[in-house]
Design a protein around this ligand. Structure first.
Ligand SMILES: Cc1cc2nc3c(=O)[nH]c(=O)nc-3n(C[C@H](O)[C@H](O)[C@H](O)COP(=O)(O)O)c2cc1C
Length: 347
């Protein structure tokens, strides 16, 4: 593990290179997803949209403070704007994590109050914290007073039988009093017993109206709606009633849906890059990481959904997942030329 001063110095250099190139705006973000939104996936997504806000996977406060901080939190300067999501419930520890995140140049730190997994509950963090608004306020308050970057919370509409709108409103307003101004609401409640985390992402029904109602009732805060949004059309429709939209699974599995995000959501004059251009922009990064010893498949697996719907998409997917286990980066070029020859590089 590197000493903290080294981590901070490296991060400061990195920040100087890139900071403020792109302003933080939460109109559209890609959700934190464990085992998916690692730094390679985020670098790839950044080649598709310059403006969408990217979240890390949830990293526990314990791992940040007692693990290999540099390895866990490292990211590429091009990933900005980028938010670190943490899991924990010890105010002092979370404040220390917030300071590290700020030192490393993260644009935001987000507290996970939505994960229903049993391990997370046993650690007393994630969705079960919805039952303890005062503890969440203590955590967020400790973070807010420690840093200048925004501290945000990602939560659900409720847990178990505590799913009345009034309880959600009470939770949000309690946390808002300590300075949290931005809430991501996964618009379904979580069942803490009886459903797996995967089932908890589909079985409890979506209830967007609760999120819209929060926006009306707590206008001083920003609300980001999450859950079941699968296209920019759907996101745009929600944005008529809410400050921002966060897309999870759809953005990962069909990343090209973000191609028009800069122009349509952020009003930036940037034409959508072609799929071929996205791969070409990703390739130098892949080659550099590969030469540093990162297994190729860790980077190519994020490309599997890029050509979904195209003729040849199945062999592309196979090459990016299985093929990459025993090949070098030239395999990607070859697969790219097969599915999308240079002269056909539109869309
Ligand atoms: C594989 C996977 C891992 C996830 N990991 C996290 C996580 O680390 N932190 C978090 O707040 N939510 C996590 N989520 C939940 C998503 O952030 C999001 O709230 C959920 O998928 C609903 O959005 P969607 O319907 O757009 O996918 C995860 C979801 C998936 C599918």
């Amino acid at each position: 593990m590197l000493p903290r001063t080294n981590i901070v110095q490296q991060a400061t250099d990195e920040r100087a290179k890139n900071q403020a190139a792109v302003p933080l705006c939460r109109r559209l973000s890609v959700a934190p997803m464990m085992s998916y939104t690692d730094r390679h996936a985020r670098y790839l997504l950044r080649q598709i949209s310059r403006r969408v806000l990217l979240y890390t996977e949830m990293i526990t406060a314990n791992a940040i403070l007692r693990g290999d901080t540099k390895r866990l939190l490292d990211y590429h300067a091009e990933e900005h704007p980028i938010a670190l999501q943490v899991g924990g419930s010890v105010p002092h520890d979370l404040a220390a994590c917030a300071r590290i995140a700020e030192d490393m140049g993260y644009d935001e730190i987000n507290l996970n109050v939505g994960c229903p997994s049993r391990d997370v509950q046993q650690g007393r963090f994630g969705a079960c914290l919805m039952a303890e608004p005062n503890l969440v306020a203590a955590c967020v308050g400790a973070m807010v007073t420690s840093v200048n970057i925004p501290v945000t919370v990602k939560t659900r509409t409720g847990i178990d039988d505590q799913d009345a709108y009034e309880q959600l409103h009470h939770f949000v307003t309690t946390v808002a009093t300590v300075g949290c101004r931005s809430f991501v609401i996964h618009a379904r409640k979580a069942w803490l017993t009886g459903l797996s985390p995967k089932q908890n992402r589909d079985i409890p029904p979506l209830d967007y109206e609760k999120v819209f109602r929060l926006k009306m009732d707590v206008p001083c805060c920003e609300f980001i709606l999450n859950g079941g949004v699968e296209s920019l059309d759907a996101a745009t429709a929600h944005l008529a009633r809410i400050d921002g939209v966060m897309i999870g699974r759809a953005a990962y599995h069909t990343p090209y849906l973000l191609a028009d995000a800069d122009s349509r959501i952020f009003a930036v004059a940037r034409p959508a890059p072609s799929r071929r251009a996205v791969v070409e922009a990703y390739l130098p990064y892949v080659a550099a990481e590969y030469s540093r010893g990162t297994p190729l498949v860790r980077m190519t697996r994020h490309l599997t959904g890029l050509f979904n719907g195209w003729p040849g998409a199945r062999s592309w997917r196979r090459a990016m997942s299985d093929g990459a286990r025993c090949a070098g980066p030239s395999m990607v070029v070859q697969a790219l030329n097969e599915i999308c020859p240079v002269h056909a590089a539109t869309g």
